[in-house]
Ligand binder design. Structure first.
Ligand code: GLC
Length: 502
């Protein structure tokens, strides 16, 4: 069978440029899908300032924007033996310190979408499927429908709370008034709406989140549209690259280990303590690796710290971003030099060493479409405490709900007190003979992409079958009309004969 061609489009793909989970998935999912055998994948992303690599020029072309044409230069990373990735280069839009957060983000990512459409016209790779991710690529399903009606589009929502807007004038000539009203108010068009409305298949990154965004409190104004698309929508859990996040890998951990040698894990904890100048004693090490952001529960953690009994635990935080929270954390830490360590310089290796050294991992997110931190933590035998929302509920099994298979602890509500209460349950378990069981359940949890890739493929297939079915229905209908027409004509002829004969 011919392999299907899929073009994966995202604003970030790790390790080239990465602001969070979106980039991590861009690294691992397309690779897993290609390795599954039936798909040939290429990827495309903006050539952000952070992107490093050896670049080979592929082509350049003008892209029509509202104010005239902008140049797009396309490059690839010629030294990479990973999937082919195209980098959309335009220094005005993408040579910036951050990936997002600018006044003209809508214009920048509209350029990106238009540049992808133009690229398809010039590539030696005609995709069967375009897989767009999050709002930055939300206009693509609409543009593709107009320009290449045969290509199927998939739109994955990683986070429905960011939308992206562009003045309607950018799409002059592309859309009619009805579409303009569907996308905007109507002067500003919403990328997220376009992705939701015009994709053939709509996915989110966990079944739990898929249900949550159907409710107004979580739907961020999109509930009505989601209702319209309910039949085309499915929640599929993210996986992780289990080779990249591998506690046995010798090059990153000082003391590699696996689930049969859990004893080795404590050596990683000792190493961490030395590194962060925390005393070695029998308190468990509780860690949190996070963007310092309200939605990640950093305020909840700050509240919970006032309840924590530091004679029973040590706390290690690796946090990036928001200087306000950095200041608060630094001043709290100064009061507990023997119990809390903070590091504001994120690196993937530091993160892995913390997962490997931690006994317990905190993830008190307000909402979490999937969450990858809990999956990484489990892979390295750090038992998670989570607010059971979205993908956290789908991946972590609470000690009270299912003690036999439990791999973590749920907070009973989103508050500092509830975090402290869940932590106390975890600390009790830590001192019981069951603890090894928790670690084992975590480390044997299958977080690979295997199952989810199969699910994506099933839904991709259905997308094509739907088309065939629609075609078959149409032929069937045409056949029936044809037969009815013939019968009608025969009837009329018979009537005429009868009339003539009488
Ligand atoms: C976003 C979501 C996170 C998810 C990630 C990858 O960052 O907030 O929950 O894991 O995307 O899909």
């Amino acid at each position: 069978m011919r392999k299907r061609k899929l073009l994966y489009v995202a604003a970030e793909i790790s390790p080239y440029a990465n602001a969070g989970g979106l980039g991590e998935v861009g690294r691992s999912f397309p690779k897993a899908l290609q390795e599954s055998g039936d798909y040939e994948i290429r990827r495309v992303m903006p050539n952000h300032k952070a992107v490093e690599g050896v670049f080979q020029y592929i082509t350049d072309y003008p892209v029509a924007m509202e104010q005239g044409f902008e140049t797009c230069v396309v490059k690839t990373d010629s030294k990479s033996n990973d999937l082919v990735t195209y980098f959309i280069t335009n220094d005005r839009y993408f040579r910036r310190d951050n990936l997002y957060g600018y006044e003209d983000d809508g214009v920048r990512y509209f350029f990106f979408c238009m540049a992808v459409v133009e690229l398809i016209k010039r590539m030696d790779f005609i995709p069967d499927i375009i897989h767009a991710n999050d709002w930055h690529t939300g206009m693509l399903p609409l543009l593709i429908k107009k320009e290449f009606p045969k290509i199927k589009t998939v739109f994955t929502i990683h986070n429905i709370s960011y939308h992206g807007y562009i003045p309607a004038s950018y799409l002059n000539g592309w859309i009619n008034m009805k579409e303009q009203y569907a996308l905007g108010w109507p002067e500003w068009l919403n990328f997220m709406k376009a992705g939701i409305l015009y994709s053939d298949l709509l996915t989110t990154v966990s079944p739990g989140y898929c249900e949550e965004i159907k409710r107004p409190e979580q739907g961020c104004g999109m509930t009505g549209l989601i209702e319209q698309r309910e039949d085309a929508m499915v929640g599929i859990l993210n996986g992780i690259d289990t080779e990249h996040y591998n506690p046995m890998a010798v090059n990153e951990l000082i003391h590699p280990f696996d689930s049969n040698h859990i004893g080795e894990k404590s050596k990683n904890r000792t190493w961490l303590r030395e590194h962060y100048k925390l005393p070695e004693d029998d308190r468990p090490l509780v860690a949190m690796i996070t963007r310092l952001d309200y939605a990640k529960g950093i305020d909840i953690l700050l509240k919970a710290i006032s309840f924590f009994d530091f004679s029973k635990l040590q706390l290690m935080i690796l946090g990036s971003g928001n200087p306000y929270y950095q200041g608060l954390l630094a001043s709290i830490t100064a009061g507990y030099p023997e119990s809390i360590a903070v590091d504001f310089e994120y690196s993937a290796t530091t993160a892995k060493r913390i997962y490997a050294g931690a006994d317990i991992y905190l993830m008190p997110s307000l909402f979490e479409p999937c969450g990858l931190g809990q999956l990484y933590a489990m892979r390295y035998g750090a038992v998670p405490i989570v607010n059971p929302v979205g993908g956290l509920k789908d991946t972590v099994i609470d000690d009270r709900e299912n003690p036999e298979n439990s791999n973590g602890f749920y907070m009973k509500e989103w508050s500092g007190q509830a975090l402290n209460e869940a932590l106390n349950r975890a600390l009790n378990a830590y001192h019981s003979p069951d603890w090894a069981h928790y670690i084992n359940n975590c480390m044997t949890y299958d977080s690979s992409w295997k199952r989810s890739v199969e699910e994506y493929k099933k839904h991709f297939d259905a997308m094509f079958e739907k088309k065939q079915k629609a075609k078959a229905d149409k032929t069937d209908k045409a056949d029936k009309t044809d037969k009815a027409d013939k019968a009608d004509k025969a009837d009329k002829a018979r009537t005429r004969l009868v009339e003539e004969a009488t």
